[in-house]
Write a protein that binds this ligand. Structure first.
Ligand code: SAH
Length: 281
């Protein structure tokens, strides 16, 4: 991978514009950050306290279409991921553990372990398992030990955030569509995901309160990587995001590494993600 430096260094600005953050400490506090500008409104939500691996009795049952044991379907999916070149066992284990079928509509649950993107409402889609695994593998490439805090832009149905919760120390995930933010909260409810904060807001602004992040991962693609993400990235950290080249009209996966020598940008394969949009709806 030949990366070319694009920016020498970054100075952390006083970003974002003032927010009235009534924020408590720790993940068990319900937090609300209300800005005067609704586009900058963020809510940090108390994670639910039920097991991800062991749904409580009220959790959605494994849909009929999946047969008796959804773990068999996940095992097949994981072996396909491995045969497509995913080698990081942390990623493969997280994909094996996370119930993708619980994050899509019941009518689509029997397709949950196929390598396909699926509609999640509001014109958005959950990414293919292959793409989720590839991006998370890139995010943690070369990193060991405490994997620190990760910021995800585009919670959608919450699936990727749930996968990340098994690998990162702490996850902040932002969604700009209120209905999807609520849906992700609902999807999280039956599972014990203690280290993940779901936020409602404009992810283009990042979430400075949780910074610096070891990794920032975007599930929606804009024309450029927002400066806020670069500012909120820790030294040695990495951004993995789809970026659209307006001239070519193509979207590629881009990796940005923040190093002492500056930013290293690497353009990888072509991808197809929903657009990164500003503001909230
Ligand atoms: N990771 C998600 C994929 C959702 S698709 C999953 O596992 O389901 C991408 C999401 O990005 C959409 O829900 C879209 O609303 C959201 N999005 C787009 N622009 C955004 C922004 N500026 N801030 C936060 N979310 C954004």
């Amino acid at each position: 991978m030949n990366g070319k430096p694009i920016i020498k260094s970054t100075v952390k600005p006083s970003f974002p514009a003032k927010m009235d953050l009534s924020v408590g400490k720790g993940v068990n506090t319900r937090l609300q950050a209300i800005a005067s500008n609704p586009a900058q409104t963020l809510q940090l939500v108390k994670p639910s306290s039920n097991p991800l691996t062991k749904p409580v009795p009220r959790a959605p049952a494994v849909p009929t279409g999946l047969g008796m044991d959804s773990s068999t379907f996940r095992a097949r999916m994981v072996s396909k991921l491995a045969s497509h070149g995913i080698t990081d066992t942390r990623v493969l284990n997280a994909m094996q553990t996370t119930h993708r079928h619980s994050f899509v509509d019941t009518a689509l649950a029997n397709q949950a372990y196929e390598d396909t993107s699926l509609p999640i409402g509001w014109g958005q889609t959950i990414s293919k398992p292959n793409v989720v695994a590839r991006m998370i593998e890139l995010l943690f490439e070369g990193k060991t030990g405490n994997l620190g805090r990760v910021l995800e832009i585009g919670t959608g149905c919450g699936y990727q955030a749930a996968v990340l919760s098994h690998i990162a120390h702490e996850v902040y995930s932002i969604e700009r569509v209120a209905g999807l933010y609520e849906k992700a909260r609902e999807n999280f409810r039956p599972f014990r995901i203690k280290n993940t904060h779901l936020l409602f807001g404009d992810g283009m602004l990042g979430f400075p309160k949780g910074a610096p992040y070891t990794g920032i991962i975007a599930a929606a693609g804009g024309d450029a990587i927002p400066q806020a993400w670069i500012d909120q990235l820790a030294m040695g950290g990495r951004i993995v995001a789809p970026v659209t080249n307006k001239v070519a009209g193509e979207q590629s996966l881009v990796v940005v590494d923040k190093t002492e020598a500056g930013l290293k940008r690497t353009v990888l394969e072509l991808v197809q993600f929903v657009p990164l949009k500003s503001g909230v709806i």
